[in-house]
Design a protein around this ligand. Structure first.
Ligand code: MN
Length: 174
């Protein structure tokens, strides 16, 4: 599996002596191992502009998107989702206030969290979530405290960080 140079960008953007955010990359705890899998979090981030950060656990990091208007609520709704740098798994639990002057300054709360299921298929065969993301198209089912539904994350254009998050029809999540 391809190793992404994942947390380097995350760390470069932050000064950990000033921000309460986790540095990440510590030893994997028993708890983390036991609970590892396909978790997600949506954080409400009152930064310069209010937005929601969607993060999906993929290969030991959190793949992340900033969704200015929050998750699409109804089938057919589309929301812009800007891909951002990978975050460490410890960020699943992060809430707090990033001080003024620091990257992402503002208050961050956990809006929802839970697990997700990768529903992506190509030629009727399931494909792994990292391959789906590399290909710019991931269908997933979110099962959180607030969110129960199916979504398509689709990159717009051939490269770049701009994606759409679309609520799609699906079986009701259990
Ligand atoms: Mn954010």
């Amino acid at each position: 599996m391809a190793v992404r140079d994942s947390l380097k960008t995350y760390r470069t953007k932050r000064r950990f002596e000033r921000t309460p955010e986790p540095r990440g990359g510590g030893r994997t705890t028993t708890r983390t191992r036991r609970k590892s899998g396909s978790r997600f979090v949506v954080q409400r981030h009152q930064a310069t502009t209010l937005h929601y950060d969607l993060r999906l656990e993929v290969n030991g990091v959190l793949r992340s998107w900033a969704v200015p208007k929050g998750l699409p609520a109804r089938v057919g709704d589309k929301r812009l989702a800007m891909e951002t740098e990978d975050h460490p798994l410890e960020y699943l639990d992060f809430h707090g206030t990033i001080p003024a002057g620091e990257y992402g300054a503002g208050k961050m709360d956990v809006w929802d969290r839970g697990t997700f299921e990768n529903l992506t298929r190509r030629d009727e065969e399931p494909i792994p979530v990292d391959d789906a993301l590399d290909g710019g198209q991931l269908t997933l089912r979110l099962d959180g405290k607030k969110t129960h539904g199916d979504f398509l994350l689709k990159r717009t254009g051939t490269s770049g960080r701009k994606w759409l998050m679309i609520r799609v029809h699906g079986k009701k999540a259990g």
